[in-house]
Design a protein around this ligand. Sequence first.
Ligand SMILES: [Mg+2]
Length: 194
Amino acid sequence: MQNLKPAVFLDRDGTIIEEVNYLKNKEDLKLIQGVAESLKKLNKLNFLTILVTNQSGVARGYYDEKNVSIINNELNKILKKENAILDSIYYCPHHPKGTVEEYAKQCNCRKPATGMIDSAIKNFKNIDIKNSYVIGDKFIDVELAHNAGCKGILVKTGHGIEEIEKNKNKTADYIAQDITDAVNWIENNIKKYS
Ligand SMILES: [Mg+2]
């Protein structure tokens, strides 16, 4: 049997890049402070780092899949320059109320559904899901974590603070100031149990 490897599934907008509401142009892409260092730390700790992002802007007709790829490629380029590695990127272009017919549907990949994580598990074949984490700025990211059987961390960047105020009854395995704090918590958490 292959050695299992845990993963950190990362939300994109508001978690690793600044939230600008339906990012379309790569000129508007800006990393949140500490992202490259945090990714490098996860790389070093032997986590797979996998981006999972809802991009309903495609279904809503705000931009197309090509725009999404351009942004994601640019993101990879910027990170590589800093020697930080994202092992893979998954996105969901759908929305049940979309205006672009081919994407307007109830899918199994829009977070908090687990389709993107399911695909990653299939593709990588060795993901240790029980020891994996999701980091995101919305409770759907935490719900995704729990639906997939891993731990969910909410960051206060992006929509984070607004989400906490709107959802007083909801909680996460950890509420972090930002990605740096989230990754430090993961590091401490694995030390505690190893
Ligand atoms: Mg987000």
